[in-house]
Design a protein. Sequence first.
Length: 506
Amino acid sequence: MHCLRDTGEPNVRLGKLSLLSAAVLILPSFAVSQNPSAPAAPTIRVYSRETIVDVLVTDDKGQPVRGLKQSDFTILEDGNPRPIRSFYEYDKITTPAPARTVPRNTYTNSTALPANGPVQIFLLDRIASTPADLQRSKQYIASYFRTMPTGTIVAIFNLSPSKGLRLLQGFTTDGASAASAVENLDPEWSPEPGSGLPDAITAANQIADYVAGVHGAKNLMWVLQGSPPLIVHDGGLSWGIRDMTLVHRLMDTYDIFTREQIAISPIDVRGVHTINNMAELMRVDVADQTGGAFTNSNDYKGTIADIVDDTLHGYTLSFVPPRPIEDGHYHAITIKLSRTDLHLRYRPGYNDEQPQPPDAVLRQQMIQGPMRLGALPSTQILFDLHVELNTSSAQPAHAKAAPYNTTFALDPTQIALTETPDGTRTANIELDLGAFDFYGKLVAARSQTFKFTVTPEQYAAFYRKPINLSLPIDLPHGQLTLHAGVFDTAANKAGTLEIPLTVPKK
């Protein structure tokens, strides 16, 4: 065990912090350091260059085709064949993973998520819909939920003009519960455009963070009037968007959706109408470029059922681009089958670039957002949190706070390693704790950044044992909400969790 010290640097994820002393890192014998003044050696970021493509295959009757083999597929990037690195056939009839149990006083940000897709995500966009249109579509959506096939996994979000993005229903196979969540959504008038509406791009990124812990295909049904404000092919350049900050944000969001295997299927609350304007063409483009479905029908329930049925079975393929680093360009993908009588739907390309560091405003949204009270949990990093009162610590009877021990446990394969020229790899993991009282006031906080080094000889062993990080915190008596976060500062990934906690006076 290695005793560590706080860096003393403030953490903006929780606002004003009161930092305490020693934390404990429980790991195999990897070197650990927290010296912020040490010179930074030139590094090469290590990450997977694997590009994942979900493919839906249907026959002339629109029925999914099962039993195809890897040898039946060919992948071309920019017209050049690429070797298939991995191949997987997914189906709703696949036996789900058994429910995972955790010990007493242990919590996790993975229990609310299915282990694997395909899953259906509904986003009711009340910013881009009139109350009357959305109210009518709610009835049909709820009706679908009550009759959806057994085993269908759905989650429901609401994008509100006044409250931003909210989770109405976490992932469930209970159609009645999903229907009630939609029916109980109160009408809300949308403010005029330009009046400080929530940012749809930020909302899309928050949804991606929430579903990151689900492996496999994810279909986002964006229910709104017109088109989702995400032009994904080239960040909107082909549509005449010249705000380069917006272009880069759109391209980064497209990269995130590509990585998380999220397809967008827009559903227009107006039903059938003529596709004769820019907004409708953009809606078709969003569906095509993400591998989603485009519909133009008054049969809401039937449309949703068809989209869900189409996405419950498919194939996931991957390949490795030949370029050692990103070139910042769009690359077209073509999938071919040995059988020419079948129909394919897939994402036709991707932008080969890493998301750029956000500007000051976006950084504040990304960093403070995941740790604010009531924020959606992020599952980019899955972890367990053990919370326990430290009964061995002596404290006076009149003490206003009680000492608690928290232990974060996570799989090391989720953490990015940065490699130096001599083969040594380093990782940076930041832990955050924030306690909020009944009135939503931050009453206690703790932050600690851990940096540890893995030599070439230790590299294989690093991935064989879970990482356990201990972080003590003093919590005031009473009913609290404890928010915990794990942040991989090298890969810009996060995992967060919010739990209720009662701190006794004795």
